[in-house]
Design a protein around this ligand. Structure first.
Ligand code: GDP
Ligand code: MG
Length: 166
């Protein structure tokens, strides 16, 4: 199992925390798929039988301006280049404008999209279901994973599911 996975989400949802937890090494690979100036390789997840390259997609949450539009287009084309997309949201905050901005763009993405609901260590289990339902009606997700990047809850399961897809 090997491939490229983009991780997106508005600032502070926990993208770096998640990547820092799962990434064992800095990478130095060359691939025409990954080597463009508009995206940034964040790291690689390796096991005995898999290799998943995680790519940051800056720009998708930038405000709309001429430059902003360009950035968003670039980020979007990155999302259609990878094999899967992780869309990370914050379980402690209701779906907001920042999330909706990304969701609108994700509607044009053909790759499988995982909804990753982070920071579940900070919410009551009963609050999770309505949260999931709200996002589920906003976009069609391949799979939905509640996790805590900080405490490591469900992170391995998420990685396993993503890796299995590749
Ligand atoms: P990014 O901007 O999406 O890369 O977000 P960061 O990884 O920088 O995280 C933003 C803040 O959220 C930091 O203070 C993290 O410690 C915190 N954070 C990230 N993941 C979790 C989590 O699962 N639970 C809790 N409680 N805090 C988290
Ligand atoms: Mg970050």
């Amino acid at each position: 199992h090997s491939g490229f996975v983009a991780i997106i989400g508005r600032p502070n949802v926990g993208k770096s925390t998640f990547l820092n937890r799962i990434i064992g090494q800095k990478i130095a690979i060359m691939s025409d798929k990954a080597q463009t100036t508009r995206n940034k390789i964040q790291g690689i997840y390796t096991t005995t039988d898999s290799q998943v390259v995680f790519i940051d997609t800056p720009g998708i949450h930038k405000p709309q301006s001429q430059l902003g539009d360009y950035m968003v287009q670039a980020a979007l084309s990155t999302l259609n280049d990878v094999d899967a997309v992780l869309f990370m949201v914050n379980a402690t905050q209701k779906r907001g404008r920042g999330d909706n901005f990304i969701i609108e763009r994700l509607k044009k993405v053909n790759q499988p999209i995982f909804l990753v609901i982070n920071k579940i260590d900070q919410v009551q289990p009963n609050d999770l279901l309505p949260f999931v339902e709200d996002f589920r009606q906003a976009l069609d997700f391949r799979e939905i994973y509640p996790i805590s990047a900080l405490e490591g809850i469900n992170c391995e399961e998420l990685l396993g599911a993503v890796t299995n897809l590749l």
